[in-house]
Write a protein that binds this ligand. Structure first.
Ligand SMILES: [Zn+2]
Length: 172
């Protein structure tokens, strides 16, 4: 209830979020990410959705489903040759990659490698990082929300209140 009241206040007084995800979609995806880490390696997913007034996440596509070897080294590495099937799926479903998420062993700050290798090098793209193998904080306020500015530069928006990423109900 408290979260509905704060959502209603935010609708009235803004600012609106830039990225939203229904709570059930987010929780289901996060639980699956946690499972795939086995508590000892990173895991991640492309977050597919629609670009409307704001970006809405509707589907997780896990990196190790796109490339079975993506998690083998303990850090996420995707073979670009494996991405064809993802783009085919996006076209068929009318979806695009609206954000990405990956899991870290400890904190939610970006590594040098995260900053140097954006999953989608598009200005405004949001990369979410879940700390502690997704076993503790999993919603905005306690997770990494990093926005790509282009030229390998990022803006850390993790601590913004309200956060540009909203998990829960939001009017269309
Ligand atoms: Zn990382």
């Amino acid at each position: 209830m408290a979260s509905l009241i704060s959502t209603l206040a935010r609708i009235a007084f803004g600012p609106p979020p830039e990225l939203v995800c229904r709570r059930d979609v987010w929780q289901t995806g996060v639980v699956e990410l946690r499972r795939r880490t086995h508590g000892r390696r990173e895991a991640g997913a492309f977050l597919l959705g629609r670009h409307g007034k704001r970006r809405e996440i509707v589907e997780f596509v896990f990196y190790d489903d796109v490339d079975p070897k993506a998690l083998a080294t303990g850090m996420v590495e995707i073979d670009g040759r494996r991405l064809g099937a993802l783009w085919t799926h996006c076209r068929a479903a009318g979806l695009t990659v609206v954000a990405d998420v990956h899991v870290h062993p400890l904190g939610y700050g970006q590594s040098e490698s995260d900053q140097a290798n954006p999953i989608i090098a598009e200005v405004g793209h949001i990369a979410v990082i879940l700390p502690n193998f997704a076993a503790k904080a999993t919603i905005p306020g306690g997770i990494g929300v990093h926005q790509y500015l282009g030229n390998r530069r990022w803006r850390d928006r993790s601590r913004e209140r309200p956060n540009p990423f909203h998990v829960g109900w939001w009017p269309k």
